[in-house]
Design a protein around this ligand. Structure first.
Ligand SMILES: [Zn+2]
Ligand SMILES: [Zn+2]
Length: 387
């Protein structure tokens, strides 16, 4: 079938609305009509090049036997929700008419990591940016005579998507699709980071660095987990104000200014937990973030670091003698198939704010405007509505 989608042809380019071709779903696959797509910062990392390996990095990866990276042309979007239109043979968990949200990792459910409750580490993750389907290794998405990479095996910036059943999660019909879309990436990643990911305990002091679409949910997660103080750090005043609405007790415009503030709040002990959720993680942030972390505390990396060989200056003696943990985690340590329905139930019962995350709604052909608003810090979350 043919439909419209937002395609990126290379680093530094804008999104272009193109007619794309999707093959019918095969074994274990579904066709979904998109209702809503969220615009997340990770979509922009391909245009900026932050998530595209440098030549040195690519050479080292290839020397390990990894296939060469070929992301473009890229169909964007990894947050969204829609309605199942058609299912291929063998599909059991959904049927036509079902409302679904998406997981940006097509977790297989049977590998060692999945059966250990860490679906975010599923071996399928290696195919997140492959042109081939996780189901049978063949290609389903095309732009003229070229094959498309669908962002994280989803490609939600299109009117339809052909997906592995492993990527779709059935949600209750009574949940608005807008809310269902938000838990695809930003909410689950942020909420998980502020709770189980960084290990927040009742009474903790938690610092969240960067309170955009992901970090803002780390703020509400930390409060849900019982944090006593949640300090939101963001250079944008609107985001600091929004963080207060979502449960931050204090705010700071910079990490440097947060250090004396946290010293004062904790009487010099410093924060039990620090979560790094800026738009892109620059290495200069690590030293001050670890200064904000108390003895025995945890500093969590949730944001995407620039995709290159990073040389990170860490004060190792501080990490050893003060028993600090620096940790990286995908999806906030959540298992989408369990956590998305849970978060949506919390939303329905008034314990999780979702509607308030949406700053602005766009049409698909306004995608570049949505990206600009995100870059300029005008949005907590922008969403694309399909007619
Ligand atoms: Zn995302
Ligand atoms: Zn798996």
């Amino acid at each position: 079938m043919k439909c419209r989608g937002a395609v990126m042809r290379g680093v530094g380019r804008d999104w272009e609305i193109e007619e794309i071709t999707l093959d019918p779903p095969r074994d274990g696959e579904v066709l979904v009509k998109m209702s809503v797509a969220g615009v997340c910062h990770s979509d922009d990392h391909f245009s900026t090049g932050d998530m595209v390996p440098t030549r040195d990095f690519a050479a080292i990866m290839e020397s390990t036997g990894a296939p060469p990276v070929d992301y473009f042309p890229l169909l964007g979007g990894h947050e969204g929700a829609g309605v199942v239109e058609e299912v291929g043979p063998g599909v059991r968990s959904v049927q036509p008419g079902d409302h679904v949200s998406f997981s940006f990792i097509a977790a297989c459910g049977t590998c060692r990591w999945c059966v250990s409750g860490m679906t975010y580490l599923c071996d399928n993750g290696a195919m997140m940016l492959a042109k081939e389907m996780t189901t049978d290794g063949t290609r389903r998405r095309h732009l003229g005579d070229q094959d498309l990479t669908a962002m994280t095996q989803l490609g939600t910036f299109a009117e339809y998507a052909v997906l592995a059943e492993e990527s779709v999660i059935k949600i209750d019909d009574s949940i608005p699709l807008e809310a269902a879309s938000l838990v695809s990436c930003g909410v689950t990643t942020g909420w998980g980071s502020g709770t189980v990911g960084v290990g927040t305990q009742p009474g903790d002091t938690v610092v969240i660095i960067g309170t955009g679409g992901v970090g803002i949910n780390a703020v509400q997660g930390a409060r849900t987990a019982g944090a006593n103080s949640v300090i939101a750090v963001d250079p944008v005043e609107f985001k600091r104000d929004t963080a207060k609405f979502f449960g931050a007790t204090d705010t700071s415009p910079s990490v440097e200014e947060a250090i004396p503030l946290v010293q004062e709040i904790t009487q010099g002990v410093m924060a039990d937990r620090v979560v790094l959720t800026p738009s892109v993680l620059h290495v200069e942030l690590l030293a001050p973030a670890l200064m904000l972390t108390r003895k025995g505390g945890t500093c969590l990396m949730t944001a995407v670091p620039k995709f290159e060989l990073n040389m990170v200056p860490l004060l190792l003696v501080d990490m050893l003698q003060n028993c600090k943990t620096f940790k990286g985690l995908i999806y906030g340590g959540m298992n989408p198939r369990a956590s998305m329905p849970m978060l949506l139930t919390m939303y329905r019962n008034g314990h999780l704010k979702l509607d308030e995350l949406i700053t602005r709604r766009y049409r698909l052909d306004q995608i570049n405007e949505a990206i600009t608003d995100m870059r300029e810090g005008r949005n907590i979350r922008g969403i694309i509505e399909f007619g």
